[in-house]
Ligand binder design. Structure first.
Ligand code: NAX
Length: 327
C-alpha cells in the first residue's frame, strides 16, 4: 500500500471544491492506486455545509480515501499537506470596489501563507484558484519565507483550456491537434491568449486562421469567457475550473507532454522583461515536479503591447497589497 498523499482544499463548501473533491477520490489526480487524505478548510460559518461535503465523500466508500479532516484553522488544515488547492476567497459584494476586494482577500492569503510556512511539507505544491488569483498567490508566497517561491502557482489553466477549445472549434479539429497555446499575464480581462507559437496538427496556427479572427474574436472571447458563463448559467464556472485545477496540478506533479507546454502563473524571474517577483502567467514545461518558463520565444510588437498591459495591471495590484508582504 502506498503512503497517502495529503491534499488540502480551502473553500471546501464552495462550488469549485464540490466539483474537485469527488474527482480526487476517484483517482483522477494521482492515479487509481494512490490513497489520499483530504484536509478541508472553511470559514467557521460554513463548517456545517463542509461537514455535509465530508459526509458525502465518505459515502462514496472510495478505497482511495484514507481520511477526511475538516477544520476552520488554516494551520491545522495545512499540517503535513503535500498538495494545496487555495480555492476559498471572498466574492465581490454589492458596492465593493476592486481595491476593497483585493484588500480583503490579501489578508486571507497572508494568513494562509503564514500557515503554509509553518505547517505544510517543504516540497508542497500550492495552486491558488481564488481571485484575484495571481496577486493572492504573490501574497501567500511573500508570507512564507521558508518555502521557495517555486512552491506556488496561480491558476490560468482554465484560460489556457478555453483558448485551446476555441481554436480547435474554429479549425474544426479535436483539441488533441492543438499545441503550444500560451496565456500571458493576469487571470483577468487583461490576460493575453497568444496564438503566435500555437500549432494545429503540427503546423503554425496563424497560417490556418485569419488574423482578424485571432485579434478581434479569439482574444476577447477567451478574455471574457468567465463572464459569458455567468451570464448563461447564472453562476461562475465551477466544473471547468475544478477540471483545470486538477489538470494543472497533475501536470505540475507528473510533467507536461513532449513538444508542448501549459500556461501557469508563476513567479517572474525577469523572463520576457516581466518585472521580477510578479506572479505572471507564462508558457511553462514541467519535468521532475519542477516547472521552467519556456525561454526565448520571439515576441512581436502586437504581443509585446498586450503582455505589457497585463503586467501593468499586476504591478498596480501588487502596489495595493505590498504592505502585507513579510519579505
Ligand atoms: P464559492 O463562493 O462557491 O465558494 C467559496 C468558498 O470559499 C465559500 O464556501 C466560502 O465560505 C469559502 N471561503 C471564503 N473565505 C475563506 C477562507 N478565508 N478560508 C477558507 N474558505 C473560505 O466560490 P467558487 O465558485 O467555488 O469560486 C472560488 C474562487 O475561485 C472565487 O474567488 C472565484 O472567483 C475563483 N475562480 C477562479 C478561477 C480561475 O481560473 N483562477 C475560475 C473560476 C473561479 O471564478
Amino acid at each position: 500500500m502506498k503512503t497517502p498523499v495529503h491534499i488540502a482544499i480551502t473553500g471546501a463548501a464552495g462550488q469549485i471544491s464540490y466539483a474537485l473533491a469527488f474527482r480526487l477520490i476517484a483517482g483522477d489526480l494521482a492515479g487509481p492506486d494512490q490513497p489520499l487524505v483530504l484536509h478541508l478548510l472553511e470559514v467557521p460559518e460554513a463548517m456545517l455545509p463542509m461537514k455535509g461535503v465530508a459526509m458525502e465523500l465518505m459515502d462514496c466508500a472510495s478505497p482511495l480515501l484514507a481520511d477526511v479532516i475538516i477544520s476552520s484553522d488554516p494551520r491545522e488544515a495545512f499540517d503535513g499537506a503535500d498538495l494545496v488547492f487555495l480555492i476559498g476567497a471572498k466574492p465581490r459584494g454589492p458596492g465593493m470596489e476592486r481595491r476593497d476586494l483585493l484588500q480583503i482577500n490579501a489578508e486571507i492569503f497572508a494568513v494562509q501563507g503564514q500557515a503554509l510556512n509553518q505547517a505544510a511539507k517543504r516540497g508542497v505544491k500550492v495552486l491558488v484558484v481564488g481571485n484575484p488569483a495571481n496577486t493572492n498567490a504573490m501574497i501567500a508566497l511573500r508570507n512564507a519565507p521558508d518555502l521557495a517561491p517555486e512552491n506556488f502557482s496561480a491558476m490560468t489553466r482554465l484560460d489556457h483550456n478555453r483558448a485551446v477549445s476555441q481554436l480547435a472549434s474554429h479549425c474544426g479539429c479535436g483539441t488533441g491537434a492543438i499545441s503550444r497555446v500560451a496565456v500571458w499575464g493576469n487571470h483577468s480581462i487583461t490576460q493575453y491568449p497568444d496564438l503566435h507559437h500555437a500549432r494545429v496538427s503540427g503546423a503554425p496556427a496563424l497560417e490556418q486562421v485569419e488574423q482578424d479572427w485571432f485579434r478581434n474574436q479569439f482574444i476577447p472571447v477567451v478574455q471574457k469567457r468567465g463572464a459569458a458563463v455567468i451570464e448563461a448559467r447564472g453562476k461562475s464556472s465551477a466544473a471547468s475550473a475544478a477540471h483545470a485545477a486538477l489538470e494543472c496540478m497533475r501536470d505540475w506533479m507528473f510533467g507536461t507532454p513532449a513538444d508542448d507546454w501549459v500556461s501557469m502563473a508563476v513567479v517572474s524571474d525577469g523572463s520576457y522583461g516581466v518585472t521580477p517577483g510578479l506572479v505572471y502567467s507564462f508558457p511553462v514545461t514541467v519535468a521532475d515536479g519542477r516547472y521552467a518558463i519556456v525561454p526565448e520565444l520571439p515576441i512581436n510588437q502586437f504581443s509585446h503591447v498586450r503582455m505589457h498591459l497585463t503586467e501593468a495591471e499586476l504591478i498596480a495590484e501588487r502596489d495595493m497589497v505590498q504592505h502585507l508582504f513579510r519579505y
